[in-house]
Design a protein around this ligand. Sequence first.
Ligand SMILES: [Ca+2]
Ligand SMILES: [Ca+2]
Ligand SMILES: [Ca+2]
Ligand SMILES: [Ca+2]
Length: 534
Amino acid sequence: MRASLLTRALLVGASGWFLVLACGSRTGLPPGRVISSAGSDGLAGAPPDPGCTTAADCPQPPPDRCGSAACTDGVCSLDVGEVCDDGDPCTVDACTPMGCTFTSGRVDADGDGAFATGTTADPKAALGCGKDCDDTTSEIFPGAIELCDGLDNDCNGIVDDGTQLQVTGMAPIQVSPPDAEHAEAAGLAFDGESFGASMTSWFGRSQGQFQQLTAQGQLVGPPQRVARVNAAAYGGSLVWSGERYLTAYQDARQSQNYEIYFDLLNRKGERLIPDLRVTIADDYSLRPSVVWTGAEGLLIWDDRRFEDGGGTSAIFGQRVSIEGKLIGANVQLSPPGLEAENAGVALSDAGLGIAFVSLDAAGTSSVKFMTTSRSLGEISGPTAIDFENADGPVVTALKDEYVVTFHQFDSVTYGPSIFGVVIGKDGVMRAPQSMTVGAAHAQGNATYSYGDRFVMVWADDQDGRYQLYAQIFDKKLAPMSTRLRLTTTQTDTHAASIAPSADGGLGVLYTDENNGKPKTFFTRLDCKAAFELK
Ligand SMILES: [Ca+2]
Ligand SMILES: [Ca+2]
Ligand SMILES: [Ca+2]
Ligand SMILES: [Ca+2]
C-alpha cells in the first residue's frame, strides 16, 4: 500500500511536470521533486504521460472568443468559438455558458447622475460612454452650476466661466515681520487650504523667509527662515506640487558668489531636505523661477558664469526631482553670445515658454521669446518682440498658446502701459499691443492663467502713486472685466505675486514702499459665481 501510494505520487508528479512543458499550465507540484525522480536528462526514461487530466489544464480560448477547451483521453482540444464583440466600446463583452453576452459598462461612480466618459475598466477613457468629465466628484457634471472653485464644474472645458473677481474691502495684512528693517515680496502659492508666501527680509543682511497664511490672509505660525546660512540670501520663487512646496533662490554662502539653491518645504515652510546646490559657476547665478510639471521641478535662471571670460549673461535651466535631486546637468537655454537675463517662464500643454531681456551693445533692451520641451531639449527660437526698450517679461500659457506681458523701461523711466504679445500655437508672434490705459508710467506684472483667459495684476501711477490693479484678459488680450484697484496707500505698491485660492479668489502678495522702508503685504480679491451676480 505504501509502495503503491508512492508510485502514484511519482506518476502524478511526473505528469504535472510534463504538463508544464506541454500546456504551459501549473500544477502546484514542486518541480525539483519531479526532476529528481526523472533524472537530470528530463523526459528520458519517463513513462508516456497524458497531456491533461481536466479541461482546466488545457489552453483556453482568448477572452473575446466564446469557445471552450476540452481534455479527452489526456489530450487537449480547443474550440475557439465566435468573437464576442458587439462593436460598442461602452459594453462589457463576455462569454458565458449561454454564449456571448453584452452588458453595459457605463459607470457613475460619483453618483451625480452622469456617466463617466469611459467604462468600469477605465472610467477616464475618452470613449463617449457618458459626459461626466470627472466621475470622481459630484461637483462636476454637465449642467452643474459653475462655482468659484478653480474647477470646470459644467464640463464645458472652461474653468470658472461666468465668475467675476471683486474687491473685498479687507485691510491689507502685513506679512513681513515687524522687526525686519525692510522686506520685499518674492513668491506666492496656494496649497489647497492655505497660502505660502515667500519674501526677502532684512535683519542687518537679507534672508529668505516663508510665511503660511490662511486663505483669507491671516498669518499662521511664525515666519520660517529658508536658507540658514551666514551670508546674504533671498526669498525665492514658490510652487506647490500637491504635496510640498518647491522653492529656488540665490544666496552668497559661496565666498559672496551668488549661486542657485533649491529646497522642498512643507505647508508650514519647514525644510524637508538639506539645501540642494544647483549651480557651481563662476560669477553670479540669479533670479531662479520654479515650474512644477506634475512630475518634476524645472528651474530657469540668469547665469553670469561666462562674464569673467568676457562672455555674456545667459539663461540656464535645470531639472529637479520631487525628492530634491538634480536630474542631469545645468542646461544653457539662450544662444551662446546673446546677452540674456531676467527670464519669465510658463508651462503650456506643449512645453515651456521662456521670455527674457536681451541688451544690445548700446544698452537698449529688448524681450525675446523661446520655447523648450519639459526635458529642456528641443529649443525653438528665440524670436525678438518688435518693441523698443521692452523689459520685465512675464509669460502666461493658454493651453497651447503663450502671452508675454511686459513694460517699457529706457533705464530712466517706465513707459505708460503694460504691453502684451500673443504667440499662437503656430509659433507666430502677433503684433504687441497696449493692455492698460490712463497712466503716465506702468511697471511690473504678474499673471495667472485659467486656460482660456488670464488675470493680470500690475502697478501704474494713474492715481498719482504706483498702485496695484487687476483685470482679466482673453486670449487676444481684450479686457473681459473692469479694472479693479487693489491698493490704496500713500506710497508706492508694486512687485505683485499672485495665486488663486480654492474658493476662486485671488491672493496678492506685494511690496509696499512705505516711505523707503518697504514691507510685504497680502490682500485678495473674492470670486463671485454667475448665479451670485444676478
Ligand atoms: Ca458621475
Ligand atoms: Ca462628476
Ligand atoms: Ca465650465
Ligand atoms: Ca468652477
